[in-house]
Design a protein around this ligand. Structure first.
Ligand code: S3P
Length: 426
C-alpha cells in the first residue's frame, strides 16, 4: 500500500471499541452465569481469536456486527476443546486465557502465529507454577505452544517484576479458581480493566495502590457492557491531526481510563493543541471526545510511571517526536522489545529509512527533532501498530511511502485505511 503527502485532515471520527475491554468482555462473560451483552465490540482479528477459543470450549457466542451475546456457562462450565486453542497474534488472549485454563478440570494446548511463538510466556508460567499450575512450553523455550493441565490452584501473593496488565490479569483470573486470597503487586500500575470489569461481574476484587487482591466467589454473573473507543486506535488520528498541516480532527467517545491516558498528557506537554471535552462515565470507564489541531511541537522526556499508561502509543509518539523541536527521550520502555515486534528496533530502522535522526537505546529511543521525512519502503513486520504509524508518516513525507504487510491493521483496526481516506476527502 502506498502513501503520499497530504494536508488538511478535517472532520470527526469514531474509533473502534477498546481491544483490552473487548477481549475481557468475552472471557469474563464465558465464565459467568447467564447472558453477557456487549456493544461496540472490536471485531479485529485479535478479539475474534478470543471468541474462537471460547467457542471451542463450548460457549455459545453470537456475533452481529459490533454486538456480541455470550451465553456464559458459569465459573466451572468450560468444556475440554477438541483441538488446539489458537490465539492467532493475540498476546492478551494467550496470557489471560492461560490463567483461566490453569484452574480447569481438563488439559489443553494453546498456540498462535509466528509472532506469538516468540513472545515471552515465562512471565505467566512462573506465577502460575507458584499457584500449583501445570503449564509448560512444548519447545522448552518459555514460549507458545503451551500445554496446560488444569488442576486445583493455590492462592499467592505475587510481586510481579513487570508492569503488565496481561500478567496481573492472568494471575487474578487463576485466583478465581484458587483456595484463598490472591494478590498481585506491580512495579508500576498497569491498565486496570480486569479489576474494574470483574467487579461488575460480581467478583470479590479490590485495589490499593499498585496491588490488586481477589477472593474466590461461588459464581460470576453476566453483564451488559458498552465498550468505549480505543485510545490506542485514537492515537493515529491524534498524531495525524497534530503533525499534518491545516488539520483539525475530533475523535468521539474515546476511553480515557487514567491507566491508559498518558498520551494525552504527553501531547499537551509537547505543546500539542489537544483538548478533551464531553467527559462522562460509561460502564465504569471514563469516556470523552478529543480534538486536535496542527501544532508547533516541542520535545519531551518520557519515562517512569507514565510508560505503562501509553505503552502501545509509544511507536506513534516516536513519529510525533520527529515533528517536535528538540531531543525527545523515551526511556524505561524496554517492554517495547517484546510486543508484536521489537518495537524499538522496528521503529528506529523504519524511521531512519525515512531520513529521521533517531537512535535506539536499551530501554527506548532518542529522536532529534525536527526531522523532515522522505518516503521509503517500510516493513511493518506484520505489526499492526507499526503499519498504522507509518501510514501517518507517509502522508507527512516527501515522495512515496509503501508499507509491506499493510493488511495487518486487521488485528485491531480493520477500517483504518478507509477512515484515513475519508478524513482527507471530506
Ligand atoms: C494489554 C496489556 C498490555 C498492552 C496490550 C494489551 C491488555 O500488554 O501492551 O496491547 O489488554 O492487558 P502488557 O500487559 O504485556 O504490558
Amino acid at each position: 500500500m502506498n502513501f503520499t503527502r497530504k494536508k488538511g485532515l478535517k472532520g470527526e471520527i469514531t474509533v473502534p471499541g477498546d481491544k483490552s475491554i473487548s477481549h475481557r468482555s468475552v472471557m469474563f462473560g464465558a465464565i459467568s452465569k447467564g447472558i453477557t451483552e456487549v456493544d461496540n465490540f472490536l471485531t479485529g482479528a485479535d478479539c475474534l481469536s478470543t471468541i474462537d477459543c471460547f467457542r471451542k470450549m463450548g460457549i455459545d457466542i453470537e456475533l452481529n456486527g459490533q454486538h456480541v451475546v455470550i451465553h456464559g456457562n458459569g465459573l466451572h462450565g468450560l468444556k475440554k476443546p477438541d483441538s488446539v486453542l489458537d490465539v492467532g497474534n493475540s498476546g492478551t488472549t494467550a496470557r489471560l486465557i492461560s490463567g483461566i485454563l490453569a484452574g480447569q478440570r481438563f488439559n489443553c494446548t494453546l498456540d498462535g502465529d509466528a509472532s506469538i511463538r516468540k513472545r515471552p510466556m515465562k512471565r505467566i508460567i512462573t506465577p502460575l507454577r507458584a499457584m500449583n499450575a501445570d503449564i509448560r512450553s512444548i519447545n522448552e523455550n518459555d514460549c507458545a505452544p503451551l500445554i496446560i493441565n488444569g488442576r486445583s490452584l493455590k492462592a499467592i501473593n505475587y510481586n510481579s517484576p513487570v508492569a503488565s496488565a496481561q500478567v496481573k490479569s492472568c494471575v487474578l483470573l487463576a485466583g478465581l479458581y484458587a483456595d484463598g486470597k490472591t494478590c498481585v503487586t506491580e512495579p508500576e500500575l498497569s491498565r486496570n480493566h480486569t479489576e474494574l470489569m470483574l467487579k461488575g461481574f460480581g467478583a470479590d476484587i479490590s485495589s490499593e495502590g499498585k496491588t490488586a487482591s481477589l477472593n474466590p466467589v461461588e459464581q460470576l454473573y453476566g453483564q451488559k457492557i458498552k465498550v468505549p473507543g480505543d485510545i490506542s486506535s485514537a492515537v493515529y488520528w491524534i498524531v495525524a491531526g497534530l503533525i499534518t498541516p491545516d488539520s483539525q480532527i475530533t475523535i468521539r467517545n474515546v476511553g480515557l481510563n487514567p491507566t491508559r491516558d498518558g498520551i494525552i498528557e504527553v501531547c499537551q506537554s509537547m505543546n500539542g493543541n489537544l483538548t478533551v471535552s464531553n467527559l462522562h462515565t460509561e460502564g465504569g470507564e471514563p469516556v470523552g471526545d478529543i480534538t486536535v489541531e496542527t501544532s508547533n511541537l516541542k520535545a519531551a522526556t518520557i519515562g517512569g510511571s507514565i510508560i505503562p499508561r501509553l505503552i502501545d502509543e509509544l511507536p506513534t509518539l516516536a513519529l510525533l517526536a520527529c515533528f517536535a523541536e528538540g531531543d525527545t527521550i523515551i526511556r524505561d520502555a524496554q517492554e517495547l522489545k517484546v510486543k508484536e515486534s521489537d518495537r524499538i528496533a522496528v521503529m528506529v530502522n523504519n524511521l531512519k529509512k525515512m531520513g529521521a535522526n533517531v537512535e535506539g537505546t536499551e530501554d527506548g529511543m532518542i529522536i532529534h527533532g525536527p526531522c523532515p521525512l522522505t518516503g521509503a519502503v517500510i516493513d511493518s513486520c506484520l505489526d499492526h501498530r507499526i503499519a498504522m504509524t507509518f501510514a501517518i508518516a507517509g502522508i507527512n513525507a516527501d515522495g512515496s511511502t509503501s508499507i509491506k504487510g499493510a493488511e495487518c491493521v486487521n488485528i485491531s483496526y480493520p477500517d483504518f485505511y478507509c477512515e484515513l481516506q475519508r478524513l482527507f476527502t471530506i
